[in-house]
Structure formats: C-alpha cells, structure tokens
Design a protein around this ligand. Sequence first.
Ligand code: COA
Length: 408
Amino acid sequence: MGKALEGVRVLDMTHVQSGPSVTQLLAWLGADVVKLEAPGGDITRRQLRDVPGVDSLYFTMLNCNKRSITLNMKSQRGKELFAELVRSSDILVENFGPGAVDRMGFPWERLRELNPRLIYASIKGFGPGRYAKFKAYEVIAQAMGGSMTTTGFADGPPLATGAQIGDSGTGIHAVAGILAALYQRESSGRGQRVQVAMQHAVLNLCRVKLRDQQRLAHGPLKEYPNRTFGDEVPRSGNASGGGQPGWAVRCAPGGPNDYIYVIVQPVGWKPLSGLIGRPELAEDPEWATPEARLPKLDKMFQLIEEWSIRHDKWTVLDRLNAENIPCGPILSTRELAEDESLREEGIVVAVEHPERGQFLTVGSPLQLSDSPVDVRTPPLLGEHNQEIYAALGVSAGELAELKTNGVI
Ligand code: COA
C-alpha cells in the first residue's frame, strides 16, 4: 500500500528532540527524510548512552525511518552540495539556535532563490519579539509558556511535566504547519516559510489556563480545590479545574503509582455512591447535585479514596468502568512498556537496530487507513552518504576526498 507523503523529499537539519520529532512523523507518513548532520553527528547520538559506543536511545527513538548523510556546512564544498540538496527537496526542517542557518550563508531569501517551491520550517524557542535571540530547551518552554506556573500544588514550587510538550509538543504543531504549506503549494505553486516557537506551542497547550486567568476577574475559581485566590491562576494539584471535577485517589497496596484518576460527572454520582458503599448520598440534598458537591470536592474524593484504597487500581478501573465512570489508573513507565494492548495497537514497538539489538520505541500516534506505518531502524551516522551524494553526481573518488577533508 502507498503512503500519504510518498514522493515528498525532506531535508532534515534537525537535532535534539523538537526537530527530529517533526521529521520522524513526516517519515512515518511516507516522506523520504534525509537527515543532514555535521560530520560529528547529532549530539544526541552520544548523549545519555546506555550501551558504550552505540547510538543512544535518545537518538534512536527520535530518528526512525530516516536516511543519514554528513556534511560540514562551514566548508565551501559543503555549501555547494547543500545548495544541490535544497534544489531537490520539498521541505527543509531545522531547529538550530537563532540565526545559525543565516550564518551558514542560507537565509530564507537565498533558500527560496535556490528552490521557489521549498517549504522551510524552523523551530525556535521564541517568536520574533523580545526573546527572539535566546536559545531554549524543553523546560524553558514549559517555564515561559504557562505550564510550570500551573503545574504542582499551591504550596509547592512550580513543576516541570514529564510530557515533552515543549519539544515534541512543538514538533506536532510544526507538522501541522508543514502539511498546510504543502497543501497550499498545490494551488500557489510556491513554497513558504513555516515558523513555530516552543513558547507559543506550550501556551497553546495551556489555553484553558489563560481562560481561567480571565475568569478570575469575576471571582474565585470554584472548580479549583484552592481556598484563596490572588490575581493569578494558582497551581491546583491534580484538579481538572474544568467542568467535571477529577482527582487522583490512592489504591492498594499504596505504592508510588497506585493511584487512579476519577472524574465525577453528574450522572456518575449515583452509581459511584453505591460502589463506595454510601448509596444514601445519591439522594441526600447535601450531596446529590454537582452544585451541592462543589464546595466539598476534597471531602468527596476522600470518600471515594476510603473505598479505592481497599482495592488495586486494576480492580478499581474495572469497577468504575462497569458503571461508565471515566477514570484512568496511573500507569508507570514499566507498565506502559509491558502493556500488551499498546503493543498490539502498534504504539509501543520493538525495533531491531544493527548495533544495539532490539529497542523499544513509541510508534506513530497518527493512524491513517490508507497509509500504514512501518517503524524502521534509524540510520547510522553517514550511512547513506554514498547513495545520496552519488545521485548528486559526486564520484567515488571525490567522496573519499570529501571524507579525508572533513567535508562529510
Ligand atoms: N556543519 C557545520 N556546522 C554546523 C552543522 C553542520 N552540518 N550543523 C550545525 N552546525 C553549527 C551551527 O552552524 C552553529 O554554529 P554557529 O553558532 O557558529 O553559527 C553550531 O553548530 C551550534 O548550533 P546551535 O543550534 O546553536 O547548537 P547549541 O548546541 O549551541 O544549542 C539548542 C542547542 C537546542 C539550545 C539550540 O539549537 C536552540 O535553541 N534551538 C532552537 C530551539 C530548540 O529546538 N530547542 C529544543 C531542543 S530539544
């Protein structure tokens, strides 16, 4: 079966996480992604190595289904070869620090001159305003995009979330921009510049917290467990803060991940009160309606916990779902890695790597009926130099010379 992006050529100058997450998704959608690295390679090939001398999991889990070439962009021949690659690509993606591609001698004006149909996507930490020149990493984006201020408990420090919303979250936004640009090119015949800032993407994901900032002007946020409010949205622990109250309650045997997150919809209260052994609360005017429960959500979740702590989270999951009550046990990373159904769904995937053997990765969360994903091992550094440079007319002799001179 064909693939959605078959025939689309991506020149991938990304490194670390945000950029590689973009090009890996494009590759899974069927694009031919050629990852261009400095002769020393993407720094993450060597970072957090678990097996000596072998590309790290950081690298292997973000660079599947790509081809790899090396090229020194600071050499004259390197720049010439790069210009050739740009001419034959549909999409260029990069996430260098601000101004790095310009300093290589390839500002947007030059790139579009080389290839007017090129879609040039960049990820930076920030938009063109006051932070434009700053570098950024994951948690910096979380700090400056509204995530850290709203994560944690009111009496504790701001917290980083484990979900990589600054890196891979931005990457998904960039994929959306790139695909839209590709579609617009169908009618305009022209490529365009796609820019995504990590701070913007995180703020987009924190949209509902900015909603609550405005609601504060009209009084306390009653759905929050907090007792006092100032003029900023407070951290609210595990409260959903939305229309339906939720909390993580403890389960047996009381380990660090023996919790289940329970949401109490209006319709769920009657079966829930029965389950927890307090059926009379379904009729009690002090408890029967969402409005009556709102001022005492902490007490409500305490009642639920007095029941849940007597059962393991899987039993609680089954019992609550049998009553159609939305809930989710806190699954540890080990449980996720071992989850049979996630393996069957193709979202936890075992991949064979020529040097490290088998490793686990997260497959594609995008499932298209006519474009199935086949997760393939990431390339070794420069593995495809010969085939890609030969296609540009570089002879075997010159290739050896380029290697000796540090151009590739
Ligand atoms: N050949 C020659 N030089 C190359 C090269 C190549 N193929 N690829 C990169 N380089 C050079 C660049 O030209 C740059 O040199 P210069 O600063 O002299 O112009 C240099 O490598 C460093 O690039 P930079 O991206 O700034 O790396 P860094 O390690 O200093 O910073 C980040 C890393 C992630 C902080 C930075 O890239 C960044 O802010 N990126 C945007 C935001 C982002 O994606 N962050 C998330 C990371 S998960």
